[in-house]
Write a protein that binds this ligand. Structure first.
Ligand SMILES: NC(=O)c1ccc[n+]([C@@H]2O[C@H](COP(=O)([O-])OP(=O)(O)OC[C@H]3O[C@@H](n4cnc5c(N)ncnc54)[C@H](OP(=O)(O)O)[C@@H]3O)[C@@H](O)[C@H]2O)c1
Length: 344
């Protein structure tokens, strides 16, 4: 008999600090029916992303949170199961923004068709998806350091950071990656070919950092913020280009940090080193997909850029997999796999 129930993971409560399992609720609803012009799809791969902590509310973000009782939103890869929209056929693979649920309907306007012959479809959530696009936008639209200059990337072994660092290499920069633990440092050096790595969890973090930066920092792609920004800021060279892509170290803070002792120093750096600082949200740059794919997809196809994905099986594992973004126990892109192997 055809399946009629649709499992969803709802926001059950706004977290206080780090999110926990009781902040979510797994419910079963009826699978929706597509109206004229719509498609019904089944999610096969679900992305977990740090900004979803911001969507839960009670954090330090300025993003409006989702309502308690609604499914967590976010990117997925899906298969079309029923189509009343001529642009989509049953069996098409699509990238969606339908979040933590098994089935959803769409009028197609937020769907991106995927060709499994061009690249594994999981890459639509990783190196060729929103995380890759984020790295490319930050590195391309908001900085253009001269070849030979030093780029520093934080959370460099993560989904966004690992591509930002490799784009830096493709642009002829000397790239320093900061990440947690010796295994990640080795991965960045040996597999991704970065010029130097810094393990911020090591006791000699500051010594490692100063050894890695003999000529200061010309470009900084930050995914972490907070103490990490404080640790590197004195090394900024004149006219250093700084992109704030994320501040994951602070996403679970229930109040904006009160520490202001570094603010005067930071303002002096802005003034006397003529710093250029830019934050951005990738959602304002989705029109860059074609240019991003035109540059990055060939690098991925011919191995110039490497990527790593970790799959966790099981719809009910989505929340616990999401928590791992905050403890650093993964490398590259974390993806939850639903359904059968033949879906992928
Ligand atoms: N601006 C945008 O539009 C946009 C879009 C997508 C993502 N982002 C941001 O980009 C950043 C990376 O996202 P991602 O999806 O690629 O995640 P990710 O890097 O794959 O995973 C997060 C990583 O951050 C590091 N981390 C977590 N808490 C930390 C802490 N307190 N101190 C230092 N490092 C910490 C961990 O790596 P270690 O093992 O190295 O600690 C962890 O593996 C996040 O800040 C995210 O919000 C921004």
């Amino acid at each position: 008999m055809a399946k009629t129930s649709n499992r969803q993971i709802l926001l059950a409560a706004r977290p206080n600090g780090m999110a926990k399992l009781s902040d979510f609720e797994l419910v079963e609803k009826r699978i929706p029916s597509p109206k004229d012009g719509e498609v019904l799809f089944r999610n096969t791969l679900v992305s977990v992303d740090p900004y979803q902590r911001n969507l839960m509310g009670n954090g330090s973000s300025e993003l409006p949170p989702i309502d308690v009782g609604t499914p967590m939103s976010g990117p997925t890869v899906a298969i079309v199961e029923e189509s009343r929209n001529p642009a989509f056929a049953v069996g098409d693979h699509v990238q969606t923004w339908s979040g933590w649920q098994e089935h959803a309907v769409s009028d197609g306007s937020d769907l991106r068709k995927l060709d499994p012959n061009v690249a594994p479809i999981s890459t639509a959530l990783s190196v060729l998806g929103h995380t890759g696009l984020t790295a490319w936008v930050g590195m391309t639209k908001f900085m253009n350091p001269k070849p030979g200059g030093t780029l520093v990337v934080t959370a460099a072994a993560g989904a966004v950071g690992s591509l930002a660092a490799q784009i830096g290499k493709q642009r002829g920069l000397r790239v320093v990656g900061i990440a947690g633990g010796p295994d990640k440092a080795a991965y960045l050096k040996v597999e991704l070919g970065l010029d130097a790595t810094v393990d911020y969890k090591a006791d000699d973090f500051e010594e490692q950092l100063s050894r890695a930066l003999p000529n200061g920092i010309d470009a900084f792609y930050d995914n972490v913020g907070d103490y990490m920004f404080e640790a590197v800021m004195n090394a900024f060279n004149e006219r250093a280009q700084i992109v704030i892509g994320g501040t994951i170290a602070g996403y679970s803070d229930t109040t904006m940090p009160k520490r202001s002792d570094h603010l005067p120093r930071l303002l002096n750096l802005f003034l006397y080193r003529f710093l250029q600082v830019q934050g951005f949200s990738v959602t304002n740059h989705l029109d860059c997909y074609p240019d991003f794919l035109a540059e990055v997809a060939p690098w991925v196809a011919d191995g110039k850029v490497k990527y790593s994905e970790e799959f966790v099986d099981g719809f009910e594992k989505i929340p616990s997999t999401f928590f791992r973004l905050f403890d650093g126990s993964h490398r590259g892109k974390l993806i939850v796999r639903l359904g059968d192997a033949h879906d992928q």
